[in-house]
Design a protein around this ligand. Structure first.
Ligand SMILES: *Cc1c(COP(=O)(O)O)cnc(C)c1O
Length: 499
């Protein structure tokens, strides 16, 4: 199966090429040239009997014909092993009246692990398959969780190097510590003065700089991306939606006729994977797109107008503090009937004027499937408090946004379709906000917050978060937005010495 750009330029490329390149040369995102046939009832029944790695191999194989199922199975078994995950990788749990798809049992305690434990295998194999001589230099812009997950996934993976940029004041203390104490020879981390959108735009500019590409080539390196625009990130995420549907069937005895997912959303990568799972035959009735105070997507879904010209809010769900949701472009591509010219025009308008509006037909297609809502920090905290009190289940702030929106949707519609809230992070990544939410007095800071939250909640923190205590800080540099290129070259030159 070949991959094409949402903006239409260039020849179709192989999956390996799409994964290595990340962003298409015309600035668009790679999507499959055509979709696999939807899975049948028998297919779902067969998948239901399989383990998570087996499900992953079978589903990913549908999109990757330059990889064999055996190859993919060996990757999946390593990526989702018991050493990496402290439970099954994506358990569907039922607590109180709600169902959660828990995606935070990996090494960095956020859902990004689901894709970033797999991507290094796909990317290394792609280097091999294309006979590429240059090593990969992976640039990552992170709103907090991607950075750590990428560092952890790629650390000491041969022929890969990772440089992470994060917005200096845009991540939680624990997220920052996770990144600045990262181990591994082939990794580096830089703080940037600016917000996530600045950081992401900076990385996009570096990717498209001819001069930078030439410099890297002379050092034997080539850019690659681990951001959620990379097809190799989206694909492993489709798996857990199919898997959750199978698990719900296993739990209730029959595969349900419909299912809803409520997804806390930032860059639109996670919820896009749910949309693709629907294309693949999972009978998704509604996708609930949950936002924080940066509610650009809520308004887009409700009005058809995407408008990023607004105040940027730093919230207690920092991984969703985003005004330009890059992966929305892939959804738009499908909603306009794969008309790349129209997608290009929307994206040009967004770049030049900060907004675009889709026509009525597109808006209808959008609202047929998507429901959008948001909640602010106070409502997020209140949700954490209520769910903790009523169900003794501790939500992280991102998941709490989704619970709040899911409840609002149910109150508004009375929809009886089984609803699954996608739980994207461990509360221990966001101790300070979670402690404040459940009304515990803040007596300490830093690492002590972890033991405070553990004591107050009676829960054991994830082992890798506990292990942060006592790790030396390795990366403390802060760069201005226009110094990101300089930082990249410093790292590239240093890594080139070690080739
Ligand atoms: C990244 C992230 C999100 C948002 O996911 P997108 O794919 O960017 O929409 C939500 N919650 C957590 C904890 C995250 O790390």
């Amino acid at each position: 199966m070949k991959y094409i750009s949402t903006r239409g330029a260039g020849e179709p490329v192989s999956a390996a090429e799409a994964i290595l390149t990340g962003l298409a040369p015309d600035g668009g995102l790679y999507v499959p040239e055509s979709f696999p046939e939807p899975l049948s009832g028998a297919d779902f029944a067969a998948l239901s009997a399989l383990s998570y790695p087996e499900r992953a191999a079978r589903i990913m194989r549908l999109f990757l014909d330059d990889f064999s199922e055996e190859e993919l199975l060996s990757y999946a078994k390593s990526a989702y092993s018991d050493e990496k995950f402290d439970s099954s990788p994506a358990p569907l749990v039922r607590v109180g009246g709600r169902r959660y798809l828990e995606l935070f049992h990996g090494p960095t305690s956020a859902f990004k692990d689901m894709a970033l434990q797999m991507l290094p295998y796909l990317l290394s194999a792609s280097l091999q398959k294309r006979g590429q001589r240059e090593d990969a230099l992976i640039l990552v812009a992170t709103s907090g969780d991607t950075g750590k997950a990428a560092l952890e996934g790629f650390k000491d993976v041969p022929r890969t190097n990772v440089l992470v940029f994060y917005p200096k004041d845009g991540v939680s203390d624990i997220q920052k510590l996770q990144m600045t104490t990262q181990e591994g020879e082939n990794v580096a981390v830089s703080a940037v003065s600016g917000n996530f959108d600045d950081t992401q735009n900076g990385v996009k500019e570096l990717f498209s700089s001819e001069e930078m590409r030439r410099e890297l080539a002379s050092l034997g390196l080539r850019f690659s991306s681990a951001n959620s625009i990379n097809w190799g990130r989206v694909l492993p995420q489709i798996v857990y939606y199919v898997s959750a549907y199978c698990d719900l069937g296993n739990e209730t005895g029959t595969l349900p006729e419909r299912i809803n997912f409520c997804v806390p959303t930032g860059n639109f990568g996670n919820i896009l994977a749910a949309y693709y799972a629907k294309q693949l035959g999972v009978p998704v009735h509604k996708l609930l797109c949950a936002s924080n105070a940066n509610r650009v997507l809520t308004e887009f879904i409700r009005t058809g107008r995407y408008n990023r010209k607004r105040e940027f809010h730093l919230t207690i769900s920092p991984s969703m503090d985003i005004l330009i949701s890059s992966n929305l472009e892939r959804l738009l591509f499908e909603l306009v009937g794969r008309d790349a010219d129209r997608v290009s025009a929307y994206m040009r308008r967004l770049r030049e004027t900060g907004e675009y509006t889709v026509d009525e037909a597109v808006k209808t297609r959008l609202t047929d499937l998507f429901y959008g809502d948001f909640c602010d920090d106070n409502e997020t905290k209140a949700t954490i408090a209520t769910v903790f009190k009523e169900d003794a289940y501790l939500l992280d702030p991102h998941t709490a946004v989704a619970v709040n929106v899911c409840d609002a949707y149910l109150a508004e519609t009375g929809d009886e379709t089984p609803a699954v809230v996608v739980a994207t992070a461990s509360p221990f990544k966001f101790c300070e906000s979670v402690l404040a939410a459940i009304g515990a007095p803040l007596q300490s800071g830093g690492f002590e917050l972890i033991s405070d939250l553990s004591r107050v909640s009676g829960l054991t923190p994830p082992a890798p978060i506990l292990a942060l205590a006592g790790k030396p800080e390795r990366f403390s540099a802060v760069f201005e937005r226009d110094e990101m290129g300089k930082s990249t070259l410093l790292f590239a030159k240093d890594r080139a010495k070690h080739r």
